[in-house]
Write a protein of this length. Structure first.
Length: 77
């Protein structure tokens, strides 16, 4: 199991505090966008060799965890 805290950090000085892969300026959002556009894990790692398979999986786990914890407020008009 991927430990998200070991791979992802928040720093207000880097990418305006967006969640990024530790030691890089690559945001989780970047990785999700590349995957959504059809890039494979291998293509991402080839283009950004500082990333690992575990970094990509941590980004996916982070997004899944955030989605799981999102609450939608519905107001009745």
């Amino acid at each position: 199991m991927i430990n998200i805290q070991e791979r992802i950090s928040f720093n207000p000085e880097i990418r305006f505090g967006k969640p990024c892969i530790k030691g890089t300026r690559i945001a989780v959002w970047d990785i999700l966008g590349w995957l959504a556009s059809g890039m494979t894990h291998e293509e991402i790692i080839e283009d950004f060799p500082q990333l690992t398979q575990d970094d990509i999986l941590a980004s996916l786990a982070f997004a899944a965890n955030r989605e799981e914890n999102t609450k939608i407020l519905i107001s009745v008009a």
